[in-house]
Write a protein that binds this ligand. Structure first.
Ligand code: BGP
Length: 474
């Protein structure tokens, strides 16, 4: 009963949201570096406003992150103290290939991650590595237009081959693209896409998605060739859609919305484009250019496991009046009147996690891995600097209980759980520091002021206890 004995408990971060050191160690500039916080952020992320270089009027939070580039030893020691079995992190592509199209990698960047992985193993922590997490070299965007260009497949393949060879024996769990479906919602962040006026955006997005999907399959192939112990997962921004009510039109709409995301995993897990998707493209006049061999590559190299982020369920309707009231995060959703919301309007739904897990497991029957889940909240340290984050403990305990039910009662096969932002970091959506997810508080504000000192929140000891009891003591 309960979770697997070797259940992978841990936490997750992304390079651009925590490392900083943007111009150190030979690192090149990436899309995420040039996204400032502030009012323009949403438009830039969506690829509708050009921000190709640093503009000094803005604060660019990725420049410093939480300075993990220099402090990773201290941070990993704290993860070790919590008893982490795994730590999900991402590689900054531009540390390895500063421009993205070089033929030789940057040794200093490779060494940085090698040291970091060795540090993890000191504490018995297995790294879970996202190869790209909202991360694309600026040079590839300027010269090639980002993922719209098929040449990206070659550059990405080179990156993967370099990583798999260098970290053989140090890393065995890999994710190819963070939240691959985000390309539809945040294309600059997801795929380095910037749109020219009048361009058919849908066409560009789906063509780019095809390039990413083929790349993901190639990466899976190489990973298995280099080391049969490697396990490669796909990664989805999940959250099942509920129909707003039982009107058949709303039910149908909710299925349609689910498919918008599932199509990526259908390809990555089943190895082919599903019929509903091809019909939909045809209707919309979108044509994906494929090359000979693409279909075989996709078919022969499916994902070993399915990972996903879960923050909230979503609600769909085709009622135009209700549709106007959409809210929440980057995924448009009608407000669910039965749920509470976070300070950022993200609705809180632990049972939705169990529903989502069942939906995904029923569909693919592959092991699942929850690689992001958590509550973004404003933390107020007391005079001694201590954060009593009972609201976060409450959120996590309920979600872990729901995932336990999915395992124990529904029979879902779950490999592990890494809560998002295990240490406070820069928010991907808003660029803010005050939206915190961590068990570890970082003294830094929205404008980049602070000592960057780390301190344990109340949830630190709580999560330690959860891990020690393999999820029994919540
Ligand atoms: C996911 C991203 C993460 C992370 C998280 C929380 O979409 O994969 O990078 O940031 O969302 O979002 P936010 O930072 O906007 O609160």
């Amino acid at each position: 009963m309960g979770f697997r004995k070797d259940f992978l408990w841990g936490g997750a971060t992304a390079a651009n949201q925590c490392e900083g050191g943007y111009n150190e160690g030979g690192r090149g500039l990436a899309n995420v570096d040039v996204v400032p916080n502030g009012p323009d952020r949403a438009e830039i992320i969506a690829g509708h406003k050009k921000m190709f270089d640093f503009d000094n009027e803005h604060h660019f939070p990725a420049k410093v992150g939480i300075d993990m580039y220099h402090r990773y030893k201290e941070d990993i020691a704290l993860f070790g103290e919590m008893g982490f079995k795994t730590y999900r992190l991402s590689i900054a592509w531009t540390r390895i290939f500063p421009n993205g199209d070089e033929t030789e990698p940057n040794e200093e960047g490779l060494q940085f991650y090698e040291d970091l992985f060795n540090e993890c193993h000191k504490y018995g922590i297995e790294p879970l590595v996202t190869i790209t997490h909202f991360d694309c070299p600026m040079h590839l965007i300027k010269e090639y237009g980002g993922w719209r260009n098929r040449k990206m497949i070659t550059f990405y393949e080179r990156l993967c081959r370099t990583l798999f060879n260098r970290y053989k024996g140090l890393v065995k769990y890999w994710l190819t693209f963070n939240e691959i479906n985000m390309i539809l919602h945040a294309p600059f962040m997801g795929a380095g896409l910037y749109f020219e006026e009048g361009e058919n955006e849908e066409q560009v997005k789906y063509q780019s998605a095809h390039h990413e999907l083929v790349s993901s399959a190639i990466a899976t192939k190489i990973a298995h060739e280099v080391d049969p112990k490697n396990q490669v997962g796909c990664m989805l921004a999940s959250g099942s859609y509920y129909p707003y009510n039982c009107r058949p039109e709303d039910v149908f709409e909710s299925r349609k919305k689910d498919r918008e995301s599932y199509f990526f995993i259908d390809v990555q897990s089943r190895g082919e484009y599903p019929a509903y998707f091809l019909k939909d493209l045809e209707r919309r006049g979108i044509e994906i250019e494929m090359e000979e061999g693409d279909k075989e590559i996709l078919k022969e190299n499916t994902a070993d496991f399915i990972s996903f982020s879960y923050y909230s369920s979503r609600v769909a309707t085709n009622d135009p009046v209700l549709l106007k009231q959409t809210q929440g995060n980057i995924f448009a959703s009608v407000e669910n009147p039965y749920l509470d919301s976070s300070e950022w309007g993200w609705q809180i739904d632990p049972l939705g996690l169990r529903i989502t897990m069942n939906d995904i497991y029923d569909r693919y029957q592959k092991p699942l891995f929850i690689v992001e889940n958590g509550l973004g909240a404003i933390d107020q340290p007391d005079e001694a600097g201590y954060v009593e984050d009972d609201y976060r403990i409450d959120y996590l305990a309920k979600h872990i209980q729901a995932m336990k039910d999915a395992v124990e009662i529904d029979g879902v096969d779950l490999m592990g759980y890494t809560s998002w932002g295990c240490i406070d970091l820069v928010s991907a959506g808003s660029g803010e520091m005050k939206k915190r997810y961590g068990f570890i508080y970082v003294d830094l504000d929205n404008e980049g002021n602070g000592t960057l000192d780390r301190s344990k929140k109340k949830s630190f000891d709580w999560y330690k206890k959860v891990i020690a009891s393999n999820g029994e003591d919540l």
